[in-house]
Design a protein around this ligand. Structure first.
Ligand code: TRP
Length: 332
């Protein structure tokens, strides 16, 4: 039996947050046992915003190394750069011809990004969701783990697949959003009512990135929002303290009641310091692994090369089927 396929794309700038590490990574190993998982660093999507070439190159490599450092084994998963598999661009062009401008006009992310980038509203930004659909459909992915902000793009990918299949028969698997089982939900340090996320990050103290240096992490926790009653207990009306207790529990492998007991009689200042220290300690092995990966150029090069080759092999049958379906002359 072939395993069903999971595809996810991440931006080269996308250094994972503490929330990802505490909430998601332990799910990753389980996923690779049940699914054939592809994780693609979407350097082509990144071009929709003007990039400095050297920065894009180094961020892309850095992002891929984070995936490995956080536990996605390149032997169990396919990790690669989008631009290394030309089939993405080829399929995107074809799918452009099966997508209506009316659909793209409705994309809220396009509207948001255009408003923020008035000087560079390029056609790539407009057709970004079509390239995303190509990413997914190319691999016959049945599940796509994405955040809320990507739901509309996934809905479009489904509609494109359904439309194409309606004309040519069952060429594409129609993908579903993958909702990760709820692990710990980590909230922002400055806005503990809201999930820790980059889109909320006008204030850099709100979120911890796995790449943050120890001093930065300690400082961010020192500034975490609490409340004024000076009682360390987990309660809905105490989002700041509850979040710190959750983070502490996750980082140390303890339960919430154990965490509460540990801080009995202590002040908020001590709590913040100790949670910060626990996070620094928890992240250290990941940071060390990442540093080693970045230092071992030859190993990372091999992963990148093999990842692209595996992905290209998986993509080829779909692209051939699509070319046949639409009526391209077949190579002779
Ligand atoms: N648009 C996604 C984001 O900004 C990244 C992405 C590109 C993606 N292609 C994808 C996500 C395919 C899932 C599947 O986060």
């Amino acid at each position: 039996m072939k395993k069903p396929i999971i595809f996810s794309g991440l931006q080269p700038t996308g250094i994972p947050t503490l929330g990802t590490v505490l909430g998601a990574t332990e799910n990753w190993a389980r996923l690779s046992a049940e699914y054939n998982c592809l994780y693609c660093v979407v350097d082509m999507h990144a071009l929709t915003i003007r990039q400095d070439p050297e920065t894009l190159r180094s961020y892309s490599r850095n992002a891929l190394a984070w995936l490995i450092a956080l536990g996605l084994s390149p032997d169990e998963n396919t990790l690669y750069f989008q631009s290394h598999v030309p089939a993405h661009g080829e399929l995107a062009w074809i799918l452009n011809c099966y997508t209506y401008v009316g659909e793209l006009n409705r994309m809220t992310q396009f509207k948001d990004k255009s408003a923020k980038n008035e000087e560079n509203i390029n056609a790539g930004l407009y057709t970004y969701p079509v390239l995303q659909a190509a990413d997914i459909l190319l691999y016959q992915a049945s599940l796509v783990p994405v955040g809320e902000d990507q739901r509309q793009h996934l809905e479009l990918a489904r509609n494109i697949a359904l439309r194409f299949n309606g004309i040519y028969g069952e060429v594409f698997t129609v993908p579903d959003v993958y909702i990760a089982p709820v692990g710990a939900k980590i909230m922002g340090l400055q806005t503990p009512e809201k999930k820790m996320s980059k889109s909320e990050a006008e204030n850099e103290n709100n979120l911890v990135l796995v790449s943050d240096a120890p001093e930065a992490i300690l400082k961010k926790f020192k500034r975490a929002v609490t409340d004024s009653d000076n009682e360390i207990r987990f309660a809905e009306e105490k989002p700041g303290i509850s979040n710190l207790l959750t983070i502490f529990a996750c980082a140390t492998g303890k339960t919430i009641p154990q965490a509460e007991a540990e801080f009995a009689g202590q002040g908020y200042g001590q709590l913040k310091t100790r949670v910060g220290e626990a996070v620094v300690e928890m992240l250290k092995p990941y940071q060390d692994t990442h540093a080693k990966l970045m230092a071992d150029g030859a190993y990372l090069d091999t992963v990148i090369k093999e990842g692209a080759a595996k992905a290209a092999d998986m993509a080829a049958p779909t692209l051939t089927a699509v070319k046949k379906a639409v009526g391209y002359p077949m190579p002779v």
